[in-house]
Design a protein around this ligand. Structure first.
Ligand SMILES: [Zn+2]
Length: 270
């Protein structure tokens, strides 16, 4: 897991930076099969980078040392080096290509796994909002109750987030109470890029200075997550005007199903 930062609104227009964990599959690919192979050969031959650079006999020895490092650390490609190095290390090009193939198939495999995970996340997000938006009238009827019940207010919304150029990566966990307020006052309601339908915005990103950016959310017409036509600023400013709520430390998070169940029960009992 990699650490990143997210922001917290501390007063209207002011943000503080804090830490949050990134999802695992946002981590960059780090595959170095060729580099590891080349380094292993050099060490097996008991040679330092400097010694190898001398033996290669290129003009600029410091540059050669650096390039050997780049090959070993990042599998960078220097065709004019490889054959010479392989010969020097008493290995074969066949073994070199095998290492290269290993790297490729490992990369493919990891990319495939990440793509699978991404698809599952997209599906989960869609299912979540299908449920939530269908129950929107119920949520609005119980708006005050949701605002006043920490378990309801702090229900995390899947994929609901904000990022802005001058505050680093993002707040990746907007809560129901925040987003519902923005939906209720219509500031996080947009127009679908695909069908001109109504979109309940859940995610925005961009730059306050340039106004460039995007908004994305659930389109009631497409029944899926779509981009909106409107840009960043009209979404950002209503968000930072929201009152600040501290997440209670001992809060039990509930699911959307539990929330709906409880609200429907309350409705019946009234
Ligand atoms: Zn649409």
């Amino acid at each position: 897991m990699q650490k990143s930062i997210y922001f917290k609104v501390v007063s209207p227009g002011k943000v503080a930076i804090s830490e949050i964990l990134l999802p695992e599959d946002d981590a960059p690919l780090q595959i170095n099969e060729v580099g590891n192979f080349m380094k292993m050969l050099r060490l097996k031959n008991n040679l330092s980078k400097k010694e190898v650079a001398r033996l290669l006999n290129f003009k600029n020895i410091n540059k050669t040392i650096k390039n050997i490092g780049k090959i070993e650390e990042n599998s960078e490609c220097f065709p004019e080096y490889i054959e010479k190095l392989v010969l020097l290390y008493k290995s074969s090009m066949e073994d070199f290509y095998r290492a290269k193939e290993r790297g490729k198939s490992l990369k493919n495999q990891i990319e495939k796994e990440q793509e699978e995970k991404r698809k599952i996340r997209v599906q989960q997000e869609r299912n979540f909002y299908v449920k939530l938006i269908q129950k929107l009238p119920l949520l609005f009827v119980h708006f005050e109750e949701i605002m006043n019940t920490p378990e309801y207010y702090f229900l995390p919304l899947i994929g609901a987030s904000v990022s802005s150029a001058w505050i680093g990566r993002a707040r990746t966990n907007l809560y129901l109470g925040e987003v519902l307020t923005l939906w209720k006052n219509q500031s996080w309601v947009g127009t679908c890029n695909q069908c001109q339908g109504k979109v309940y915005v859940t995610r925005i990103g961009g730059s306050v200075l340039s106004g460039c950016g995007y908004g994305r959310g659930f389109c009631v017409n497409c029944m899926g997550m779509e981009e909106v036509q409107e840009r960043f600023r009209p979404f950002f400013f209503p968000l930072i005007k929201l009152p600040i709520r501290e997440l209670p430390e001992d809060l039990d998070f509930i699911t959307i199903d539990t929330l709906i169940e409880r609200l429907e029960r309350n409705s019946r009992n009234k």
